[in-house]
Design a protein around this ligand. Sequence first.
Ligand SMILES: [Zn+2]
Length: 291
Amino acid sequence: MKRNDDCWCGSGKKYKKCHLDFDERIAEMKFNVNKSQIRPPHHVINIAKDIEGIKKAAVINTGALDLMAKLVKPGIDTLSLNDAAHEFIVSHGAHPSCLNYDNFPKSICISVNNVVCHGIPSKKVILREGDILNIDITTDLDGYFADASRMYIVGGRTTLEAKRLVDVTREIMEAGIRAAQPWHFVGDIGAACGKMARANGYTVVTELGGHGVGKKFHLEPFVSHDCKENTGMLMVPGMVLTVEPMINAGKKQVVTDAYDGWTVRTEDGSLSAQWEKTILITEDGNQVLAS
Ligand SMILES: [Zn+2]
């Protein structure tokens, strides 16, 4: 690309006034292949109009998660929660991204107690007082995706151990977000999450993780929540990714339901929790786009 060409990012500015310095900074960096350090590809970089698009999708996504807080109570089945979230998203002109994604049959994921993630909403799953559950919603609007999940406690009260898992997992997510800094590597996120999980006697699921998001539902980089610092993809301003640690009270091993092909449970039956935000890497840190 020449200095006077239109920049590759789609801003309409000349390359020399837009991403030339950015590209040169990356080109000058030494990448350590032994730490799987890699350069971020251009297609994961978002510009101002992309961020506005993601934020608009996020407003609806946040509304759906807020609605769930009002509806989660003893006796409700998870299909009813799914249907309410679906209706909310569609009525705002958006689309629930999980629906039919890789043949996922429902609009959102609801994962109760020992279910780690990707729980399929069902009439047969009826919430009971003290259950803990994760509701994971992704909304796309005009081609932009916002992804977030939260924990809910049915009836507002649960055991001390379940409450502690829910609260500490949220702190682990926040530690991961604090580690997401421009011109550092994505492995810093997993290093921060893993350290805090272990300090609290918990384990981290490593078969699944976070991901780039924004112009697509799933993009590079893969975001591990338990790995070494200074590994993986370089984080740069304009990158949008999810931080979404899955934390187990028992062992880290998980199994995927052979019958439905989706539901991921802890192998030992222990409780699992997860919180997720979509964040933007900025010039001086990061900004939460969806939570
Ligand atoms: Zn540019």
